[in-house]
Design a protein around this ligand. Structure first.
Ligand code: GYE
Length: 334
């Protein structure tokens, strides 16, 4: 069913006419008029991490022209205002669907109301939006980052117990992701709860890694200059773990299975799992970026007039060095 095409042409003409102040029907490019495809405007967070690159690749690989889609991809470069501008452009272009991977949870009510008024369904993917009114988006699919945080903390409790360190004072350095992003909120909530529950654990520092290797490296290197004791570095994604490890290497501090500092990471990308298999990362909690087919399923349901589930969570697991082999890592898609 190609309902999308008709709506797209009508809306793009109307929207563009509105912008031109109603002074006549604007010319539409040939290719747009002829398109039978479902047009998707995708506002992506950025390219800050290996996870994100895998996520973008999954969207490109799913929404191909051969399969009947036109994917308009916008990279917001980690700036929320860029996402708002991209969405406004998608409205003017009269896309059939807007897919939004929001950088942060807040600040969506106004623009999503504009999208709703334009009659375009919004599918939120990966991170969540925190809106007054849930009817501002049609469906969300992503990871349970609160589960991920709790899982990491539960593992750390067990690991310290196994090592007979359950009574020891444990100093944790926290490398946080982008403030206000769902994976930061979920993973941080797990750690905060763990610190409340274990009175021998304390936060020795909290730095902003912004989910990138470069920022995490800079912040951890700076922190290490203080000479404070660090037993655990809780990194909110693989790339920030790489940055932290780089800083530890330079400071001559050992880490991982045979080292002095326990490294916890999230994502379980190939590079992250390789570091884990080598014993450099002690725990890697999985976060699956392959959302293209999941978003496609939601779009197919909408095209068929069905109602997709409002929120769907991806099932995930976690990895430690002894649970990994090169063959296993090789066959993973990211
Ligand atoms: O963990 C991180 C990325 O939103 C779940 O964003 C995603 C996170 C992922 O930059 O690597």
């Amino acid at each position: 069913m190609k309902l999308g095409k008709t709506k797209w042409c009508l809306l793009s003409a109307a929207a563009a006419a509105a912008v031109l102040g109603g002074c006549g029907r604007p010319a539409e490019p040939e290719s747009e008029q002829a398109s039978e495809n479902i047009v998707i405007g995708f506002s992506q967070v950025g390219a800050e991490s290996d996870w994100r690159v895998a996520n973008s690749e999954s969207m490109y690989a799913t929404f191909t022209e051969e399969k009947g889609y036109d994917l308009l991809f916008d990279n917001a470069q980690q700036k929320p205002e860029n996402q708002i501008a991209a969405i406004r452009t998608f409205i003017l272009q009269g896309v059939d669907y807007i897919v939004l991977a929001p950088i942060i949870e807040s600040g969506w009510d106004e623009i999503l109301t504009e999208v709703k008024d334009a009659g375009i369904p919004v599918i939120v993917v990966d991170r969540m939006v925190n809106t007054e009114d849930e009817s501002l988006y049609t469906a969300w699919v992503g990871s349970d980052t609160y589960w991920e945080g709790e899982t990491a903390v539960g593992w750390l409790e067990d690991y310290l117990q196994e090592q007979g360190r359950q009574e020891e004072e444990i100093s944790i350095l926290h490398v946080q992701g982008t403030t206000g992003a769902t994976p930061q909120l979920g993973r941080t909530a797990g750690l905060d709860e763990g610190i409340l529950q274990n009175e021998n654990w304390s936060l020795t520092g909290r730095v902003e890694g912004e989910f990138t290797q470069a920022k995490a490296y800079e912040e951890v290197a700076e922190f290490l200059k203080s000479g404070s004791k660090v037993d655990v570095i809780y990194c909110e994604n693989d790339n920030s773990a790489f940055g932290a490890m780089q800083a530890l290497d330079e400071a001559g501090i050992s880490y991982g299975e045979d080292g002095d500092v326990i490294i916890i990471s999230f994502d379980a990308t190939r590079a992250g799992l390789t570091a884990c298999m080598e014993g450099r990362i002690n725990l890697n909690v999985e976060c699956n970026p392959l959302h293209g087919p999941r978003v496609e399923k939601i779009i197919s349901q909408l095209e068929a007039g069905e109602s997709p589930e409002k929120h769907s969570y991806v099932e995930e697991t976690y990895f430690t060095p002894d649970s990994l082999t090169p063959e296993f890592i090789e066959q993973r898609q990211y």
